[in-house]
Design a binder for this molecule. Structure first.
Ligand SMILES: [Zn+2]
Length: 100
């Protein structure tokens, strides 16, 4: 009888520990929190290049932009400006305010 009681309390303890770990996992690694952290540390940038003269420029990403998209005309030669790459760049919090 005593043995069964001990076994039962051990089971409850294990269950409690598992629940605690799950709670910890979700509070630390919840998607919203990870996203928030990513947002704090990085900004999306895109590199645009002119197909005609090879002019390069780094800008902040605009909505709906994709790699290979013709985004406008080159200020130098009037050729097509194409999105060459989109990437996340790590930034410091003080730099963040300058990003549009
Ligand atoms: Zn150009």
């Amino acid at each position: 009888m005593n043995f069964i009681m001990q076994f039962e309390s051990l089971g409850i303890l294990v269950l409690f520990l598992v629940l605690l770990l799950l709670l910890l996992y979700y509070t630390v690694f919840s998607p919203r929190r990870v996203l928030k952290r990513m947002n704090r540390l990085s900004a999306l940038r895109m590199e645009v290049t002119c197909l005609k003269c090879g002019y390069r420029e780094v800008r902040g990403v605009e909505k709906g932009v994709y790699v290979g998209m013709v985004i406008g005309k080159c200020s130098r030669c009037g050729g097509d400006l194409v999105v060459h790459s989109i990437y996340a760049e790590k930034i410091s919090p003080s730099e963040r305010r300058y990003i549009t």
